[in-house]
Design a binder for this molecule. Structure first.
Ligand code: ZN
Ligand code: ZN
Length: 301
């Protein structure tokens, strides 16, 4: 008899929700990293799967180990592989501790690792791509915590000028007339770890095309645990899905003990099959693979 080989683990979850890819790993208490390659952002970095290195921005929701432990490794590998300096966006209250953590690494390694820490107050935002902003939204967890919404600013011609010839519009502009207005379009929102609260009904969540939402607890008798740990319980989704207009809601941060099939059944019975049909589980590899194969087939035929 020879000893058993170690289990294969660490498969990256993947969903193609056009035009965005949502990919990463998220297991409550172990690690969470949810990346949107098209928008240059990864939310949280509990560990640092290889794909995370391609994101120039990490948006940290809070300082728990399962969301932050991969950060120094991310900074270091970005330099080692000559990808460029990594940037982390975080709640202003954890910027100091992050700076001190990076300073400890200088002592340990006897070398500097380039990095940038960008503290945000709730409702602050930074431009991460042209006309695309990452906005910090205060949520409620056991430690200072942020959710995020990625918002596109799109300039639109005022309705009275629609159909007017270009040279006319140019003249109006020259005269200093305001002929456009700016629309704010929330593309993707991320709740981070949070309990239910009115902040989750803000437009940045309600009108987002995709919401990535933590949902740690699915069992009926875990309501109390959700309350103590300040997490979302599947029952909370009833109210949220009522308000959220998203074409897709992606659930993350399930515990390792939660069986995917059971979670899907519970979700169906709690929110009803109609609402459940737009909900995906990032870590349901089997369902997501089948879905992706169907998407690929549609393109090929
Ligand atoms: Zn967590
Ligand atoms: Zn947490």
């Amino acid at each position: 008899m020879i000893p058993k080989a170690p289990p294969r683990s660490g498969q990256v979850g993947f969903l193609y929700l056009p035009p965005f890819r949502i990919q990463g790993v998220s297991i409550a208490g172990e690690q969470t990293m949810v990346q949107i390659p098209e928008l240059d952002v990864a939310f949280d970095i509990g560990l640092c799967p290889k794909i995370a290195l391609t994101s120039p921005y990490i948006a940290l929701s809070h300082g728990h180990m399962d969301h932050v432990a991969g950060l120094p490794y991310y900074f270091s590998q970005r330099m080692f592989q000559k990808i460029g300096k990594g940037k982390v966006v975080c709640h202003e209250e954890i910027a100091g501790p992050l700076q001190r953590m990076m300073a400890s690494w200088v002592d340990l390694e006897q070398q500097q690792t380039e990095h940038e820490i960008i503290p945000l107050k709730p409702d602050d935002q930074i431009e991460i791509k042209k006309n695309i902003f990452l906005r910090a939204l205060e949520v409620s967890h056991t430690v200072p915590a942020l959710g995020y919404s990625i918002i596109e600013y799109r300039s639109k011609l005022n309705s009275e000028y629609i159909g007017m010839p270009q040279e006319h519009l140019r003249d109006l502009k020259k005269q200093g007339k305001e002929i456009t207005h700016t629309l704010q379009i929330p593309l993707i929102a991320y709740t981070g770890d949070t309990q239910m609260g009115p902040f989750l009904f803000r437009d940045e969540f309600a009108k987002a095309q995709i919401v990535v939402c933590e949902c740690t607890f699915f069992e009926d008798d875990h309501q109390q645990r959700a309350k103590i740990g300040k997490h979302i319980h599947v029952e909370d989704l009833v109210g949220l899905l009522d308000i959220w207009e998203a074409q897709a809601v992606v659930l993350v941060h399930l515990s390792r003990r939660t069986n995917m099939q059971t979670a899907r059944q519970v979700l169906d019975s709690v929110v009803g099959p109609k609402q459940a049909s737009r909900v995906h589980f990032l870590m349901d590899h089997r369902a997501n693979r089948l879905r992706y194969e169907q998407q690929a087939e549609c393109v090929n035929t």
